[in-house]
Design a binder for this molecule. Structure first.
Ligand SMILES: Nc1c(NC[C@H](O)[C@H](O)[C@H](O)CO)[nH]c(=O)[nH]c1=O
Ligand SMILES: CC(=O)[C@@H](O)COP(=O)(O)O
Length: 159
């Protein structure tokens, strides 16, 4: 189902785990910050809404989405971090650069999650156009950051 037929900010919230003492890191790519900032805020707001202490949600920046993998690793390896949410927006340009970034980030975040045995969430938009990004960063299709945060919470309930 594409995001066009699913609101990214509407999800089931039954049986969520207690996250009152969990520590989160939201890693934000600075590229396309008109998109990544609302995504990051959506993620932070959702974590707090469902029980995280605001003081337990750390927000850090990396230059671009390609750096999200290494940035996630820096924090995922810390024993006191329970989950990492990677936020980015890679908009298709004239070349295949976006493809290389997107594949690298998806694979890199997966590697970090498996290596450090904790949730590392792919909160990266990969739109064809800026408007598609706006639609998914608090627009008509909701906020991908909300979805990324609830995904982190649900994954912490897995263990
Ligand atoms: N074009 C976008 C980029 N490009 C920058 C890369 O992510 C990376 O920082 C650079 O290649 C140096 O390693 N990043 C985005 O997040 N979004 C884009 O649309
Ligand atoms: C995803 C990108 O890095 C992109 O903005 C670069 O644009 P282009 O492919 O036109 O160089």
């Amino acid at each position: 189902m594409s995001s066009a037929h699913k609101n990214l900010s509407i999800f089931k919230t039954e049986n969520l785990p207690d996250i009152s003492w969990k520590k989160f890191v939201v890693i934000v790519a600075e590229w396309n910050d008109d998109i990544t900032e609302p995504l990051a805020q959506g993620a932070i707001d959702t974590l707090v809404k469902y029980g995280a202490k605001e003081s337990n949600v750390l927000k850090v920046y990396v230059p671009g989405s390609f750096e999200l993998s290494y940035g996630s690793q820096v924090y995922a390896q810390k024993a006191d971090i329970d989950a990492v949410i990677a936020i980015g927006c890679v908009i298709q340009g004239e070349t295949k650069h976006n493809d290389y970034i997107n594949h690298a980030v998806a694979g890199g975040l997966t590697e970090v999650s498996l290596k450090y045995n904790k949730p590392v969430i792919f909160g990266v938009l990969t739109p064809n156009t800026h408007q598609q990004a706006l639609d998914r960063a608090g627009g008509i299709h909701g906020n991908k950051g909300d979805e990324a945060a609830i995904t982190a919470i649900k994954m912490l309930g897995l263990a």
